[in-house]
Design a protein around this ligand. Sequence first.
Ligand SMILES: Cc1ncc(COP(=O)(O)O)c(C=O)c1O
Length: 348
Amino acid sequence: MRHWPNDRIDLRSDTVTQPTPSMRKAMANAPVGDDVYGEDPTVLELERRVAAMCGMESALFLPSGTMANAVAVRTHTRPGDEIILEREAHIYLYEGGGFAALSGCSVAFVDGDRGRMAPEHVRAAIRKAEGSGSHFPDGRLICIENTSNRGGGSCYALEDLDAIAAVGRDTGCALHVDGARLMNAVVATGTPAERLLQGWDSVAICLSKGLGAPMGSMLVGGAAFIARSHRWRKMFGGGMRQVGIVAAAGLHALDHHVERMADDHARARRIAEALEQHPRGVVDLGGVETNMVYFGVEGWTGQETLEHLASHGIDVLTLNEGTCRMVLHLHVTDEDVHQVLSAISAIP
Ligand SMILES: Cc1ncc(COP(=O)(O)O)c(C=O)c1O
């Protein structure tokens, strides 16, 4: 449901959501204080709630997912350390090289399956200075993305999460989850966040994507880790004052926008099935696990596909030569999905 004048169906990203009227009301009524002094009751409530949800000791409210990941990397590592990342990880591709500029880290790449790293490949990618005649950096942090954005919204299997956590423990590496869309994984797999994160040191969760808040991310972890992250947040300029007005949107989202993500996932699936049935549709149906559909149209460039859909009032993103992306979110209705299905059947 859209609450503002707009005749477009915007499927470019789940970041395009706008606060609903009831979310705006919760924001307007939120008690606030100076959060840099630790005195904003709404932020404190959100931090307590998200820490409990993750089965971890503490949480920290930050302006963005990029900053939450940057603070996590900075807190877990020292300059000269190496991070183990899937080749198309958001932290590597889309965060401005912050891991290098802000933390002085290099990256060891692992090729993934739809964005997910296999535990044995993670283990093989970890290098240590010791025993290398000082040739290698110290692999000290493993970061995964759950769900994986470039992996098409794929979810990690629980046994792989546990096995990668065991690799981290065996090799002295810290373990961080870029969980920008962790709640999509929770809903899609039916596994509570606490279990998905068992054995992991930290997670960054975005409130601004499928959850529909206008901004904000949570960094969650042990009390000592969060205390050190608090200082890096300040240094990175992420200490905010009466920000309970925004934290209230996060609390509202956790109350009202989690279970409904199952609708986004079902709608993504319907669209993907229609694409698969179209003679020119190119889609990996098995890869559509949550709210994203990566697809193409045989014989068309991504731009041609985008233009066809745009002429039917539907906005998507092109990712490369032939591939486009649709992302389902809380403003997309069943009628919108019908319009998408007719635009697909209108592909000649
Ligand atoms: C997997 C992933 N991590 C982190 C981020 C960064 O979030 P933000 O845009 O709030 O900085 C995004 C944003 O799309 C993302 O998809």
